[in-house]
Design a protein around this ligand. Structure first.
Ligand SMILES: Nc1ncnc2c1ncn2[C@@H]1O[C@H](COP(=O)(O)OP(=O)(O)OP(=O)(O)O)[C@@H](O)[C@H]1O
Length: 793
């Protein structure tokens, strides 16, 4: 048999077999132990496993009362058609999914429990997906996982050298993303192997691998089990290669049809290939009669069927031994080895689930693991009693380094992180808050004589002559004055959008104005109307209307004061008795940019935080990286923390760049403490980052995360008083506005920027307190969502 020849090869000290630089050789469980009942310890024991995806009527069991025994130090080949539940079963073994009911023990403990060490370094997992970081080299990939397992660099290097030869890996400085599909799978295989775990769980490791290399891989697996007592569970679609396994589990529709050694299977069914055995079992499972089978199978099939029929209830020696070992363990009070209480076991005859573990009538009854424990120890209650291993600094360091590499190796990402806030701040300063220029306004001046070419001459002396022309001189250059012959023509130009408004002077404007000045309070209404300057505005654009209105009023004030001064009268005399004196804060003509700058600063850093973090581990989750990482023992809280650390440094850079741009390049004044302003901005960046993390924990797809972060942008921007005062909102909407994460912070930053207030002011410290509260609340929500997802899986 191939397996035996391989065993011989691997046991040989001579020959060409590549020998692993193992750290240790586990001698307690060895192939020699097989056959010796007292020494057989099950690596994996599953009873009555039921697992469904989905809820309600739409769900159907993916694992359907499945039983499984894997002896320690053996290779278990799990065979089955696509979709029969192999991957689901493996993910339950490594603690990534939970059974809906039933029980699973790995090395005597439930996966996920601290005692089991799984997830953790005891298991090496090769998922079906590639689950590798494309921007890592092969060397970096192994060292990354080496750090997660806290292995010495020398050991990792030695393993890398060994596995490079064994798996014919490309040079270790090659980036994973540049490798072919087959090469990438071999690297993935190396990652599962290199830390020499006690249990190897390999989901189709030989896909896309040439026959010679497949031979080499199986050779290595056999050596791992024979020489080092390691347990290997391997799924494969190449049924015949599974002959090299000690045990084969043939799976169909969430159940194991059989669990036997390949030799026994071939003997029992008198068939020459495992493919035929599987076919026969499937047909039998479908209820096809034995005579029908015989036509499909070889002629010896019928006799073999009868043989198998009578022998299928006979357990293999190993199976009985395995169960006996449980009995022994319990009887001797060694329950720490097996965490199920004795109530989970009963004496049964026979076990109806698996042919190989059934007991014939001549065999004495054995203690069976039933899974039907008392309610206090039911599967579900124990599952929830999950205690996460303690936080580990080496894992955190590995994750942080990985995140940095991801950022710096990805040019687009690097530019996005550091240049985008700068670009946004620059765009803001260049585009927002500036006074409009080149605004066309029509002038209809009936004072000027058409016969004299509408010349608009005026004097600066104290003379009531052509005052309309004198007034127009004071209108700012931002307005371009366009003369029109008559009002009708000018209004038509306004209607067709050529001008933003029309300024109209009557025929005797100057005389009427003089008369009104002279009459003072006794001026007639007719005189008042004729001395007015008529203005028709295009009010479709509120801001432009406001600017033109302000400039026209300002121009009149300046004109009138100048006229009074030229007549040696008090310039203020007769002007409207309202005066805006020096403002308490800011200047008389505070730029709109100054109002917007603090809000925009918060907006930029907040949404950079959201964008950067909302997708962080979604792609890792989709590519299976998160699963692999967590099977290696990494905690979700460590992943969260690593991203917080990485984003924190990005935030420092982003905040610094935004402030440099605002204050130094575009001279936005900050009247208060710069440190305080940076602190508030920084906290808002943290709030954005925490919100992004929450999105990442909730969403399964990047598009979903993108949609949520995009959808939140406009409401947040509008409602937080970035561009319009909250005082302009309805009473109830103000509550919503003030419950938003950015509102108080924006107010707070405005107070520091424009009023120069310090932290002692309630408007300032409330912004800080509320930002901190949001950070804590959002991070707490992340942890809750992660916990909920974990228990739901
Ligand atoms: N997260 C999930 N949500 C819903 N259904 C799922 C999920 N994961 C797997 N399934 C379904 O469960 C069934 C078993 O899937 P599983 O991946 O375990 O099969 P498999 O035997 O490993 O298949 P293959 O050999 O093709 O990898 C399939 O019908 C699959 O569609």
């Amino acid at each position: 048999m191939i397996r035996h020849s391989l065993r011989r090869m691997t046991n040989s000290t001579e020959g060409t077999a590549i020998v692993s630089p193992s750290r240790h050789v586990e001698s307690e469980t060895h192939s020699n132990s097989i056959g010796s009942c007292a020494r057989v310890v099950p690596a994996v024991l599953i009873r009555n496993a039921i697992k469904r995806y989905g809820f309600g009527k739409g769900s159907c069991p993916v694992l359907d009362e499945l039983h499984m025994n894997v002896k320690k130090g053996t290779i278990y080949g799990l065979l089955g058609a696509s979709g029969c539940g192999k991957t689901t079963l493996l993910s339950c073994l490594v603690g990534r999914h939970r059974l809906d009911s039933g029980n699973v023990l790995v090395f005597g403990h439930e996966p996920g429990s601290v005692e089991s060490g799984i997830p953790g370094p005891r298991v090496g997992y090769m998922p079906q997906e590639l689950a590798l970081h494309g921007y890592f080299t092969i060397n970096e990939t192994l060292h990354y996982f080496g750090r997660i397992f806290n292995l010495k660099a020398e050991f990792v290097n030695a393993q890398l050298e060994f596995l490079t030869k064994l798996l014919d890996l490309p040079p270790s400085n090659r980036y994973v993303k540049t490798l072919s599909g087959g090469q990438q799978r071999r690297v993935s295989f190396a990652v599962a192997l290199f830390h020499e775990p006690e249990l190897l769980i390999l989901d189709e490791p030989t896909v896309g691998v040439d026959p010679l290399l497949r031979y080499s891989i199986w050779n290595h697996l056999v050596r791992q089990s024979v020489d080092h007592g390691r347990t290997v569970i391997v799924t494969t679609h190449y049924i015949e290669e599974a002959r090299q396994a000690n045990t084969i589990g043939m799976m169909r529709s969430g159940r194991l049809l059989t669990e036997e050694s390949p030799e026994n299977l071939l003997r029992m069914y008198a068939l020459s290939s495992l493919e035929d055995v599987f076919l026969k079992l499937c047909m039998k499972d479908n209820g096809i009669t034995l005579s029908e089978e015989a036509t499909v199978s070889n002629p010896a099939g019928r006799a073999a069927d009868q043989r198998q029929e009578s022998s299928s209830n006979v357990p293999s020696d190993d199976s009985i031994c395995q169960l006996e070992s449980f009995e022994i363990s319990i009887d001797r009070g060694h329950q720490s080895e097996v965490s199920f209480p004795a109530a989970c076991f009963k004496k049964v005859l026979p076990n109806p689930g698996i042919s190989s573990t059934n007991v014939n009538s001549e065999t004495s009854s054995v203690v069976m693991f039933t899974g039907s424990c008392s309610s206090t120890t039911s599967s579900n209650s124990r599952n929830r009693n999950f205690t996460a291993p303690l936080f580990s600094s080496h894992r955190l360091i590995a994750l942080v380094r990985k995140n940095y590499l991801h950022t710096f190796r990805n040019v687009g990402m690097f530019v996005f992180i550091y240049l985008l806030p700068l670009i946004q701040a620059t765009i803001f300063n260049l585009t927002l808050g500036h006074e409009p220029t080149g605004l066309m306004v029509g002038i209809v001046n009936d004072e000027v004589e058409p016969s004299q070419g509408r010349l608009c001459n005026y004097t600066t002396a104290c003379s009531y002559s052509m005052l309309s022309c004198r007034y127009l001189r004071y209108i700012r250059d931002n307005i371009i004055q366009v003369p029109y012959e008559n009002l009708t023509e000018a209004l038509e130009a306004g209607r067709s959008g050529e001008v933003w408004g029309v300024i109209h002077f009557g025929h005797n404007f100057t005389e009427e104005f003089e008369k009104r000045q002279a009459d003072g309070d006794s001026a007639t209404l007719e005189n008042i109307i004729r001395s007015r300057i008529g203005i028709n505005m295009d009010s479709s654009n509120h801001l432009i209307h406001a600017f033109i209105e302000r400039w026209i009023l300002e121009a009149f004030g300046d004109f009138f004061k100048d006229f009074m001064r030229s007549c040696e009268r008090e310039p203020e005399a007769g002007y409207i008795p309202l005066e805006f004196l020096e403002p308490v804060y800011g200047q008389k003509e505070t730029q709109f940019t100054e109002f917007m700058a603090p809000a925009f600063t918060v907006l930029i850093v907040y949404f950079m935080g959201v964008s950067l973090t909302s997708g962080v581990f979604i792609s890792e989750r989709q590519q299976g990286l998160l699963d692999r990482c967590m099977v290696a023992g990494v905690q979700m809280t460590e992943i969260l923390m690593s991203h917080l650390i990485n984003q924190f440094t990005a935030m420092i850079g982003q905040t610094a760049l935004v402030f440099i741009c605002m204050l130094l390049i575009f001279n936005i004044p900050c009247h208060g403490s710069l440190t305080l302003a940076i602190c508030i901005t920084f906290l808002q960046s943290f709030v954005g980052m925490s919100f992004g993390l929450l999105i990442a924990t909730v969403c399964d797809s990047e598009i979903g995360a993108l949609l949520i972060s995009q959808a939140s942008f406009l409401p947040f921007t509008v409602i937080c008083g970035v561009s319009w005062p909250i005082e302009g909102m309805s009473f109830y909407l103000r509550f919503v506005a003030y419950s938003m994460p950015m509102t108080y912070a924006i107010e707070s930053l405005r107070c520091v920027f424009t009023r120069g207030w310090g932290i002692e002011q309630p408007d300032v410290y409330v912004g800080i307190i509320i930002s901190v509260a949001w950070i804590l609340a959002l991070l707490a929500m992340c942890v809750i969502v992660l916990r909920a997802r974990k228990y739901a899986s």
